[in-house]
Design a protein around this ligand. Structure first.
Ligand code: ADP
Length: 481
Protein backbone atom coordinates (compact mmCIF):
# COMPACT_ATOMS: atom_id res chain seq x y z
CA UNK A 1 0.00 0.00 0.00
CA UNK A 2 1.09 3.62 -0.53
CA UNK A 3 2.32 5.83 2.29
CA UNK A 4 -1.03 7.47 3.01
CA UNK A 5 -0.02 8.09 6.64
CA UNK A 6 1.93 11.17 5.55
CA UNK A 7 -1.46 12.78 4.87
CA UNK A 8 -3.16 11.74 8.11
CA UNK A 9 -3.79 14.70 10.41
CA UNK A 10 -5.87 14.59 13.55
CA UNK A 11 -6.53 18.22 14.44
CA UNK A 12 -8.42 21.12 13.04
CA UNK A 13 -6.59 23.44 10.63
CA UNK A 14 -7.06 27.13 11.38
CA UNK A 15 -4.97 30.12 10.34
CA UNK A 16 -2.38 27.92 8.65
CA UNK A 17 -1.81 25.75 11.72
CA UNK A 18 -2.92 22.48 13.26
CA UNK A 19 -4.81 23.42 16.37
CA UNK A 20 -6.99 21.99 19.13
CA UNK A 21 -8.95 23.89 21.74
CA UNK A 22 -10.43 20.73 23.18
CA UNK A 23 -8.47 17.93 24.84
CA UNK A 24 -10.96 15.19 24.09
CA UNK A 25 -10.79 13.08 20.95
CA UNK A 26 -13.16 11.09 18.81
CA UNK A 27 -12.50 7.93 16.85
CA UNK A 28 -12.70 7.67 13.11
CA UNK A 29 -13.99 4.21 12.27
CA UNK A 30 -13.36 2.09 9.19
CA UNK A 31 -16.86 0.85 8.28
CA UNK A 32 -15.37 -2.26 6.64
CA UNK A 33 -14.20 -3.87 9.90
CA UNK A 34 -15.07 -1.23 12.53
CA UNK A 35 -11.37 -0.72 13.33
CA UNK A 36 -10.18 2.67 14.53
CA UNK A 37 -8.19 4.50 11.86
CA UNK A 38 -7.75 7.85 13.57
CA UNK A 39 -8.17 9.69 16.88
CA UNK A 40 -9.14 13.24 16.10
CA UNK A 41 -9.33 16.17 18.53
CA UNK A 42 -13.00 16.79 19.10
CA UNK A 43 -13.35 20.51 18.66
CA UNK A 44 -16.51 22.50 18.94
CA UNK A 45 -18.19 25.86 18.69
CA UNK A 46 -15.29 27.71 20.32
CA UNK A 47 -12.86 26.79 17.58
CA UNK A 48 -15.46 27.44 14.90
CA UNK A 49 -15.75 30.96 16.26
CA UNK A 50 -11.99 31.38 16.21
CA UNK A 51 -11.83 30.10 12.62
CA UNK A 52 -14.55 32.56 11.60
CA UNK A 53 -12.58 35.44 13.13
CA UNK A 54 -9.48 34.34 11.27
CA UNK A 55 -11.33 33.91 7.97
CA UNK A 56 -12.96 37.29 8.43
CA UNK A 57 -9.66 39.00 8.87
CA UNK A 58 -8.05 37.06 5.96
CA UNK A 59 -10.93 38.15 3.73
CA UNK A 60 -9.74 41.75 3.86
CA UNK A 61 -6.60 40.90 1.92
CA UNK A 62 -7.72 37.79 0.00
CA UNK A 63 -10.52 39.67 -1.75
CA UNK A 64 -7.95 42.13 -3.08
CA UNK A 65 -5.70 39.50 -4.67
CA UNK A 66 -5.86 39.41 -8.44
CA UNK A 67 -7.90 36.68 -10.09
CA UNK A 68 -4.72 35.48 -11.71
CA UNK A 69 -3.04 35.05 -8.35
CA UNK A 70 -6.02 33.10 -7.00
CA UNK A 71 -6.24 31.02 -10.13
CA UNK A 72 -2.55 30.05 -9.98
CA UNK A 73 -2.88 28.97 -6.33
CA UNK A 74 -5.94 26.92 -7.15
CA UNK A 75 -4.17 25.20 -10.04
CA UNK A 76 -1.26 24.36 -7.74
CA UNK A 77 -3.71 22.91 -5.25
CA UNK A 78 -5.34 20.89 -8.03
CA UNK A 79 -1.94 19.52 -9.07
CA UNK A 80 -1.07 18.50 -5.51
CA UNK A 81 -4.36 16.66 -5.05
CA UNK A 82 -3.85 14.80 -8.32
CA UNK A 83 -0.24 13.98 -7.43
CA UNK A 84 -1.37 12.52 -4.09
CA UNK A 85 -4.46 10.85 -5.39
CA UNK A 86 -3.59 7.29 -4.39
CA UNK A 87 -2.84 8.35 -0.82
CA UNK A 88 -6.01 10.45 -0.49
CA UNK A 89 -8.10 7.70 -2.08
CA UNK A 90 -6.77 5.25 0.49
CA UNK A 91 -7.75 7.55 3.35
CA UNK A 92 -11.16 8.09 1.77
CA UNK A 93 -11.78 4.37 1.36
CA UNK A 94 -10.63 3.68 4.91
CA UNK A 95 -12.99 6.19 6.48
CA UNK A 96 -15.99 5.89 4.15
CA UNK A 97 -15.80 2.29 2.86
CA UNK A 98 -16.01 3.56 -0.71
CA UNK A 99 -14.52 1.11 -3.25
CA UNK A 100 -11.01 2.32 -4.13
CA UNK A 101 -11.77 2.86 -7.82
CA UNK A 102 -14.71 5.07 -6.82
CA UNK A 103 -12.50 6.97 -4.37
CA UNK A 104 -10.02 7.64 -7.17
CA UNK A 105 -12.91 8.73 -9.37
CA UNK A 106 -14.13 11.08 -6.68
CA UNK A 107 -10.72 12.65 -6.30
CA UNK A 108 -10.67 13.46 -10.01
CA UNK A 109 -14.23 14.72 -9.78
CA UNK A 110 -13.52 16.81 -6.67
CA UNK A 111 -10.23 18.19 -8.01
CA UNK A 112 -11.94 19.09 -11.29
CA UNK A 113 -14.07 21.64 -9.43
CA UNK A 114 -10.87 23.35 -8.33
CA UNK A 115 -9.49 23.32 -11.85
CA UNK A 116 -12.78 24.49 -13.35
CA UNK A 117 -13.20 27.42 -10.98
CA UNK A 118 -9.52 28.34 -11.27
CA UNK A 119 -10.36 28.94 -14.93
CA UNK A 120 -13.78 30.49 -14.33
CA UNK A 121 -12.27 32.94 -11.83
CA UNK A 122 -10.95 34.87 -14.81
CA UNK A 123 -14.41 35.12 -16.32
CA UNK A 124 -16.20 36.63 -13.36
CA UNK A 125 -17.39 39.39 -15.66
CA UNK A 126 -19.75 42.19 -14.75
CA UNK A 127 -21.79 44.35 -17.12
CA UNK A 128 -21.95 47.81 -18.58
CA UNK A 129 -25.56 48.95 -18.91
CA UNK A 130 -26.67 51.90 -21.08
CA UNK A 131 -27.31 54.92 -18.87
CA UNK A 132 -30.97 55.69 -18.29
CA UNK A 133 -30.19 59.39 -18.86
CA UNK A 134 -27.57 60.80 -21.22
CA UNK A 135 -25.35 61.88 -18.32
CA UNK A 136 -25.22 58.56 -16.51
CA UNK A 137 -22.79 55.66 -16.93
CA UNK A 138 -23.71 52.36 -15.33
CA UNK A 139 -21.71 49.32 -14.29
CA UNK A 140 -22.56 46.09 -12.54
CA UNK A 141 -19.70 44.54 -10.58
CA UNK A 142 -19.47 41.14 -8.91
CA UNK A 143 -17.98 41.18 -5.44
CA UNK A 144 -17.25 38.28 -3.09
CA UNK A 145 -19.89 37.84 -0.39
CA UNK A 146 -17.35 37.41 2.44
CA UNK A 147 -16.74 34.48 4.77
CA UNK A 148 -18.41 31.24 3.65
CA UNK A 149 -19.33 28.42 6.02
CA UNK A 150 -19.33 25.02 4.27
CA UNK A 151 -21.07 22.13 6.04
CA UNK A 152 -20.52 18.84 4.24
CA UNK A 153 -21.55 15.17 4.41
CA UNK A 154 -19.54 11.93 4.40
CA UNK A 155 -20.65 10.43 1.10
CA UNK A 156 -18.32 12.57 -1.05
CA UNK A 157 -15.58 13.54 1.39
CA UNK A 158 -13.74 15.69 -1.16
CA UNK A 159 -16.15 16.66 -3.88
CA UNK A 160 -18.79 18.13 -1.56
CA UNK A 161 -16.11 20.40 -0.13
CA UNK A 162 -14.45 21.47 -3.36
CA UNK A 163 -17.63 22.24 -5.20
CA UNK A 164 -18.53 24.72 -2.50
CA UNK A 165 -15.20 26.26 -1.71
CA UNK A 166 -13.63 26.33 -5.19
CA UNK A 167 -16.13 28.92 -6.52
CA UNK A 168 -15.95 30.77 -3.20
CA UNK A 169 -12.15 31.02 -3.30
CA UNK A 170 -12.18 31.88 -6.99
CA UNK A 171 -14.24 35.02 -6.46
CA UNK A 172 -12.29 36.10 -3.35
CA UNK A 173 -14.22 34.64 -0.38
CA UNK A 174 -12.53 32.91 2.55
CA UNK A 175 -13.93 29.70 4.04
CA UNK A 176 -14.57 27.74 7.20
CA UNK A 177 -15.29 24.09 6.50
CA UNK A 178 -17.08 21.81 8.95
CA UNK A 179 -16.81 18.32 7.41
CA UNK A 180 -18.78 15.31 8.54
CA UNK A 181 -17.48 13.66 11.70
CA UNK A 182 -17.52 10.35 9.76
CA UNK A 183 -14.90 11.56 7.24
CA UNK A 184 -12.74 14.27 8.80
CA UNK A 185 -9.41 12.82 7.64
CA UNK A 186 -9.93 13.35 3.91
CA UNK A 187 -11.03 16.93 4.57
CA UNK A 188 -7.95 17.66 6.68
CA UNK A 189 -5.65 16.07 4.09
CA UNK A 190 -6.88 18.36 1.31
CA UNK A 191 -6.74 21.41 3.57
CA UNK A 192 -3.09 20.54 4.22
CA UNK A 193 -2.43 20.33 0.49
CA UNK A 194 -4.06 23.75 0.00
CA UNK A 195 -1.63 25.11 2.55
CA UNK A 196 1.25 23.43 0.71
CA UNK A 197 0.02 24.99 -2.50
CA UNK A 198 0.56 28.38 -0.90
CA UNK A 199 -2.86 29.69 0.12
CA UNK A 200 -2.35 32.47 2.67
CA UNK A 201 -3.12 31.76 6.31
CA UNK A 202 -6.76 31.96 7.28
CA UNK A 203 -8.17 31.66 3.75
CA UNK A 204 -9.13 27.98 4.08
CA UNK A 205 -9.90 26.62 7.56
CA UNK A 206 -11.29 23.24 8.59
CA UNK A 207 -12.76 22.59 12.03
CA UNK A 208 -13.47 18.98 13.01
CA UNK A 209 -15.69 17.72 15.80
CA UNK A 210 -18.77 15.66 16.55
CA UNK A 211 -21.06 18.38 17.89
CA UNK A 212 -22.59 19.15 14.51
CA UNK A 213 -25.54 21.16 15.80
CA UNK A 214 -23.51 23.58 17.95
CA UNK A 215 -20.82 24.00 15.32
CA UNK A 216 -23.54 24.60 12.75
CA UNK A 217 -25.21 27.15 15.01
CA UNK A 218 -22.02 29.16 15.28
CA UNK A 219 -21.65 29.23 11.51
CA UNK A 220 -25.27 30.24 11.02
CA UNK A 221 -25.52 32.79 13.81
CA UNK A 222 -22.12 34.48 13.67
CA UNK A 223 -22.51 37.82 11.91
CA UNK A 224 -19.03 37.56 10.39
CA UNK A 225 -20.22 34.71 8.16
CA UNK A 226 -22.02 35.91 5.05
CA UNK A 227 -23.08 32.67 3.48
CA UNK A 228 -23.74 29.03 4.35
CA UNK A 229 -23.39 26.29 1.79
CA UNK A 230 -24.70 22.94 2.95
CA UNK A 231 -25.07 19.45 1.51
CA UNK A 232 -27.01 16.94 3.58
CA UNK A 233 -30.50 15.99 4.62
CA UNK A 234 -33.60 18.10 4.09
CA UNK A 235 -34.25 17.94 7.83
CA UNK A 236 -30.93 19.58 8.67
CA UNK A 237 -31.26 22.01 5.75
CA UNK A 238 -34.46 23.32 7.31
CA UNK A 239 -32.77 23.76 10.68
CA UNK A 240 -29.96 25.74 9.06
CA UNK A 241 -32.42 27.93 7.19
CA UNK A 242 -34.19 28.78 10.43
CA UNK A 243 -30.90 29.50 12.14
CA UNK A 244 -29.84 31.79 9.32
CA UNK A 245 -33.08 33.75 9.31
CA UNK A 246 -32.04 36.10 12.08
CA UNK A 247 -29.11 37.46 10.12
CA UNK A 248 -30.74 36.79 6.71
CA UNK A 249 -27.64 34.89 5.71
CA UNK A 250 -27.39 33.66 2.13
CA UNK A 251 -27.86 29.92 1.78
CA UNK A 252 -27.11 27.26 -0.80
CA UNK A 253 -28.73 23.94 0.06
CA UNK A 254 -28.19 20.65 -1.70
CA UNK A 255 -30.56 18.32 0.14
CA UNK A 256 -32.23 14.95 -0.11
CA UNK A 257 -33.61 13.31 -3.24
CA UNK A 258 -35.98 10.57 -4.26
CA UNK A 259 -34.80 9.94 -7.80
CA UNK A 260 -37.17 8.13 -10.16
CA UNK A 261 -35.68 6.01 -12.94
CA UNK A 262 -38.33 5.46 -15.59
CA UNK A 263 -38.05 2.69 -18.17
CA UNK A 264 -40.57 3.00 -21.00
CA UNK A 265 -41.71 0.11 -23.22
CA UNK A 266 -39.66 1.44 -26.11
CA UNK A 267 -36.38 1.75 -24.17
CA UNK A 268 -33.17 -0.07 -24.96
CA UNK A 269 -33.49 -2.50 -22.04
CA UNK A 270 -29.83 -3.45 -21.86
CA UNK A 271 -28.83 0.19 -21.73
CA UNK A 272 -31.45 0.81 -19.04
CA UNK A 273 -30.18 -2.12 -16.97
CA UNK A 274 -26.62 -0.83 -17.23
CA UNK A 275 -27.76 2.65 -16.16
CA UNK A 276 -29.82 1.24 -13.30
CA UNK A 277 -26.88 -0.78 -11.98
CA UNK A 278 -24.54 2.21 -11.86
CA UNK A 279 -27.23 4.70 -10.86
CA UNK A 280 -28.48 2.52 -8.03
CA UNK A 281 -25.43 0.76 -6.66
CA UNK A 282 -22.67 3.38 -6.97
CA UNK A 283 -21.22 3.75 -3.48
CA UNK A 284 -23.77 1.20 -2.31
CA UNK A 285 -26.64 3.54 -3.15
CA UNK A 286 -25.36 6.23 -0.79
CA UNK A 287 -25.33 9.26 -3.08
CA UNK A 288 -27.98 11.96 -3.28
CA UNK A 289 -28.59 11.29 -6.98
CA UNK A 290 -28.81 7.51 -6.56
CA UNK A 291 -31.94 5.93 -7.94
CA UNK A 292 -34.63 5.63 -5.28
CA UNK A 293 -37.54 4.28 -7.33
CA UNK A 294 -37.36 2.29 -10.55
CA UNK A 295 -40.57 2.70 -12.54
CA UNK A 296 -41.01 0.23 -15.40
CA UNK A 297 -43.76 0.11 -18.01
CA UNK A 298 -46.03 -2.93 -17.95
CA UNK A 299 -44.91 -4.68 -21.16
CA UNK A 300 -41.23 -4.75 -20.27
CA UNK A 301 -41.59 -5.08 -16.49
CA UNK A 302 -40.82 -8.79 -16.17
CA UNK A 303 -37.97 -8.67 -18.68
CA UNK A 304 -36.40 -5.69 -16.91
CA UNK A 305 -36.67 -7.30 -13.47
CA UNK A 306 -35.04 -10.47 -14.80
CA UNK A 307 -32.15 -8.71 -16.56
CA UNK A 308 -31.56 -6.27 -13.72
CA UNK A 309 -31.53 -9.08 -11.15
CA UNK A 310 -29.09 -11.10 -13.24
CA UNK A 311 -26.75 -8.11 -13.52
CA UNK A 312 -26.96 -7.14 -9.82
CA UNK A 313 -26.23 -10.73 -8.75
CA UNK A 314 -22.64 -10.31 -9.90
CA UNK A 315 -21.85 -7.26 -7.77
CA UNK A 316 -19.04 -8.03 -5.32
CA UNK A 317 -19.28 -6.96 -1.69
CA UNK A 318 -16.12 -6.41 0.30
CA UNK A 319 -13.26 -4.28 1.52
CA UNK A 320 -13.07 -1.11 -0.55
CA UNK A 321 -9.30 -1.51 -0.71
CA UNK A 322 -9.69 -4.79 -2.61
CA UNK A 323 -9.72 -3.85 -6.34
CA UNK A 324 -12.46 -6.42 -7.03
CA UNK A 325 -14.93 -4.82 -4.62
CA UNK A 326 -17.90 -3.05 -6.18
CA UNK A 327 -19.99 -2.53 -3.04
CA UNK A 328 -18.41 -1.56 0.24
CA UNK A 329 -19.95 -1.41 3.70
CA UNK A 330 -22.65 1.06 4.67
CA UNK A 331 -21.47 4.07 6.60
CA UNK A 332 -22.89 3.18 10.02
CA UNK A 333 -25.34 1.02 11.95
CA UNK A 334 -28.15 3.52 11.53
CA UNK A 335 -28.01 2.88 7.79
CA UNK A 336 -28.26 -0.88 8.37
CA UNK A 337 -31.30 -0.39 10.59
CA UNK A 338 -32.91 1.77 7.90
CA UNK A 339 -32.40 -0.98 5.28
CA UNK A 340 -33.93 -3.63 7.56
CA UNK A 341 -36.90 -1.43 8.33
CA UNK A 342 -37.54 -0.67 4.66
CA UNK A 343 -37.37 -4.33 3.69
CA UNK A 344 -39.70 -5.47 6.47
CA UNK A 345 -42.12 -2.71 5.57
CA UNK A 346 -42.04 -3.59 1.86
CA UNK A 347 -42.51 -7.33 2.33
CA UNK A 348 -45.38 -6.75 4.74
CA UNK A 349 -47.10 -4.69 2.02
CA UNK A 350 -46.71 -7.18 -0.83
CA UNK A 351 -43.14 -6.51 -2.01
CA UNK A 352 -41.34 -9.48 -3.49
CA UNK A 353 -37.61 -9.85 -2.81
CA UNK A 354 -35.92 -10.88 -6.04
CA UNK A 355 -32.37 -10.53 -4.77
CA UNK A 356 -30.54 -10.00 -1.49
CA UNK A 357 -32.41 -8.57 1.46
CA UNK A 358 -29.85 -9.46 4.10
CA UNK A 359 -27.49 -7.74 6.45
CA UNK A 360 -23.92 -9.04 6.36
CA UNK A 361 -21.69 -8.48 9.42
CA UNK A 362 -20.23 -6.20 10.49
CA UNK A 363 -21.82 -3.45 8.37
CA UNK A 364 -22.76 -4.61 4.88
CA UNK A 365 -26.06 -4.93 3.14
CA UNK A 366 -26.60 -7.14 0.12
CA UNK A 367 -27.68 -5.51 -3.14
CA UNK A 368 -31.44 -5.96 -2.90
CA UNK A 369 -34.16 -5.90 -5.54
CA UNK A 370 -37.82 -5.68 -4.58
CA UNK A 371 -40.49 -6.21 -7.22
CA UNK A 372 -44.19 -5.28 -6.87
CA UNK A 373 -43.26 -2.05 -5.10
CA UNK A 374 -46.15 0.30 -4.37
CA UNK A 375 -46.79 3.83 -3.16
CA UNK A 376 -47.60 2.69 0.41
CA UNK A 377 -44.08 1.48 1.01
CA UNK A 378 -41.56 3.58 2.95
CA UNK A 379 -39.17 4.03 0.06
CA UNK A 380 -41.91 5.53 -2.10
CA UNK A 381 -41.63 8.70 -0.03
CA UNK A 382 -38.29 8.40 1.79
CA UNK A 383 -34.71 8.43 0.65
CA UNK A 384 -33.19 4.92 0.81
CA UNK A 385 -29.49 5.82 0.84
CA UNK A 386 -28.50 2.19 0.53
CA UNK A 387 -28.45 -0.73 -1.93
CA UNK A 388 -32.19 -1.43 -2.15
CA UNK A 389 -33.81 -1.16 -5.58
CA UNK A 390 -37.62 -1.15 -5.50
CA UNK A 391 -39.30 -1.69 -8.87
CA UNK A 392 -42.74 -0.16 -9.48
CA UNK A 393 -45.01 -0.94 -12.45
CA UNK A 394 -46.88 1.66 -14.54
CA UNK A 395 -49.21 1.51 -17.53
CA UNK A 396 -49.09 4.91 -19.25
CA UNK A 397 -46.70 7.82 -19.69
CA UNK A 398 -49.07 10.08 -17.72
CA UNK A 399 -49.09 7.63 -14.83
CA UNK A 400 -45.27 7.42 -14.85
CA UNK A 401 -44.95 11.21 -14.70
CA UNK A 402 -47.47 11.44 -11.90
CA UNK A 403 -45.65 8.76 -9.92
CA UNK A 404 -42.25 10.34 -10.60
CA UNK A 405 -43.38 13.76 -9.37
CA UNK A 406 -45.26 12.43 -6.35
CA UNK A 407 -42.56 13.40 -3.85
CA UNK A 408 -41.47 16.43 -1.88
CA UNK A 409 -38.04 16.06 -3.50
CA UNK A 410 -36.76 17.24 -6.87
CA UNK A 411 -33.06 16.57 -7.32
CA UNK A 412 -32.20 13.96 -9.98
CA UNK A 413 -34.47 11.98 -12.30
CA UNK A 414 -33.78 9.57 -15.14
CA UNK A 415 -35.71 8.02 -18.00
CA UNK A 416 -35.05 5.65 -20.87
CA UNK A 417 -36.84 5.83 -24.21
CA UNK A 418 -36.07 5.81 -27.92
CA UNK A 419 -39.07 7.99 -28.81
CA UNK A 420 -37.94 11.51 -29.68
CA UNK A 421 -41.26 13.19 -28.90
CA UNK A 422 -41.52 11.41 -25.57
CA UNK A 423 -38.02 12.60 -24.74
CA UNK A 424 -39.23 16.19 -24.91
CA UNK A 425 -42.61 15.65 -23.26
CA UNK A 426 -41.26 13.78 -20.28
CA UNK A 427 -38.26 16.05 -19.86
CA UNK A 428 -40.62 19.03 -19.65
CA UNK A 429 -42.99 17.33 -17.23
CA UNK A 430 -40.44 16.15 -14.67
CA UNK A 431 -40.22 18.47 -11.66
CA UNK A 432 -36.53 17.97 -11.05
CA UNK A 433 -33.32 20.02 -11.16
CA UNK A 434 -31.52 17.27 -13.10
CA UNK A 435 -32.85 14.98 -15.82
CA UNK A 436 -30.73 12.14 -17.23
CA UNK A 437 -32.12 10.73 -20.48
CA UNK A 438 -30.79 7.31 -21.50
CA UNK A 439 -27.96 7.92 -19.06
CA UNK A 440 -27.47 7.19 -15.35
CA UNK A 441 -24.25 9.14 -14.79
CA UNK A 442 -24.89 12.85 -14.77
CA UNK A 443 -22.37 14.54 -12.45
CA UNK A 444 -19.53 16.76 -13.63
CA UNK A 445 -17.94 20.03 -12.59
CA UNK A 446 -19.13 21.49 -15.91
CA UNK A 447 -22.85 21.25 -15.15
CA UNK A 448 -25.17 23.01 -12.69
CA UNK A 449 -25.97 20.53 -9.92
CA UNK A 450 -28.92 21.12 -7.62
CA UNK A 451 -32.58 20.55 -7.00
CA UNK A 452 -36.05 22.04 -6.85
CA UNK A 453 -38.82 21.61 -4.26
CA UNK A 454 -37.44 20.33 -0.94
CA UNK A 455 -34.20 19.16 -2.54
CA UNK A 456 -32.77 22.59 -1.99
CA UNK A 457 -31.79 25.84 -3.60
CA UNK A 458 -28.80 27.08 -5.54
CA UNK A 459 -26.58 25.27 -8.04
CA UNK A 460 -23.05 23.97 -7.77
CA UNK A 461 -20.55 23.67 -10.62
CA UNK A 462 -20.65 25.13 -14.15
CA UNK A 463 -20.57 28.79 -15.13
CA UNK A 464 -23.50 29.34 -12.75
CA UNK A 465 -21.60 28.05 -9.70
CA UNK A 466 -19.87 31.33 -8.90
CA UNK A 467 -23.11 33.33 -8.88
CA UNK A 468 -23.87 32.02 -5.40
CA UNK A 469 -20.72 33.51 -3.89
CA UNK A 470 -20.97 37.04 -5.27
CA UNK A 471 -23.03 40.10 -4.57
CA UNK A 472 -23.92 42.33 -7.48
CA UNK A 473 -22.92 45.94 -7.00
CA UNK A 474 -24.59 48.41 -9.29
CA UNK A 475 -22.56 51.57 -9.76
CA UNK A 476 -24.07 54.72 -11.25
CA UNK A 477 -21.73 57.50 -12.35
CA UNK A 478 -23.76 60.68 -12.86
CA UNK A 479 -23.29 64.10 -14.31
CA UNK A 480 -20.90 62.99 -17.03
CA UNK A 481 -20.70 65.97 -19.38
P1 ADP B 1 -26.46 12.60 6.31
O1 ADP B 1 -27.59 11.70 6.63
O2 ADP B 1 -26.02 12.62 4.91
O3 ADP B 1 -25.31 12.48 7.27
P2 ADP B 1 -27.10 15.05 7.64
O4 ADP B 1 -27.92 16.18 7.15
O5 ADP B 1 -27.48 14.43 8.91
O6 ADP B 1 -27.07 14.05 6.45
O7 ADP B 1 -25.59 15.51 7.78
C1 ADP B 1 -24.89 16.26 6.80
C2 ADP B 1 -23.84 17.08 7.51
O8 ADP B 1 -24.50 17.99 8.40
C3 ADP B 1 -22.89 16.27 8.40
O9 ADP B 1 -21.63 16.86 8.39
C4 ADP B 1 -23.52 16.39 9.77
O10 ADP B 1 -22.58 16.22 10.81
C5 ADP B 1 -24.00 17.81 9.72
N1 ADP B 1 -25.11 18.12 10.64
C6 ADP B 1 -26.01 17.29 11.18
N2 ADP B 1 -26.87 17.97 11.97
C7 ADP B 1 -26.51 19.27 11.92
C8 ADP B 1 -27.01 20.49 12.50
N3 ADP B 1 -28.05 20.50 13.30
N4 ADP B 1 -26.37 21.64 12.20
C9 ADP B 1 -25.30 21.66 11.38
N5 ADP B 1 -24.79 20.55 10.80
C10 ADP B 1 -25.39 19.37 11.05
Amino acid sequence: MNDYSKLIFEKSFVNGEWINESDSKFEVINPFDLSVIGQVYNDDRLLVKKAIDVAHSAFKTWKKTSVKERSILMMRWYDLIVQNKNEIATIMTLESGKPFAESLGEIDYGANYIQWFAEEAKRNYGDVIPGFTSEKRIMVLKEPVGVVGAITPWNFPIAMITRKIAPALAVGCTVVIRPSEETPLTALAINYLAHEAGFPKGVINTVVGTNASEMGKELCENSKVSKISFTGSTTVGKILMQQCSDSLKKLSLELGGNAPFIVFDDADLDLAVKGAISGKFRFGGQTCVCINRILVQKNVYDAFVEKFTAAAKNLKLGNGLNPETQIGPLINQIAIERMNEMIQDATSKGGEIKLGGNFVAPQFFEPTIIANANSEMLFAKNEIFGPIAPIFKFKTEEEAIEMANDTIYGLASYFYTKDLNRTWRVREALEYGIVGINDGLISSEMVPFGGVKQSGQGREGSKYGMDYYVDLKYVCIGNVK
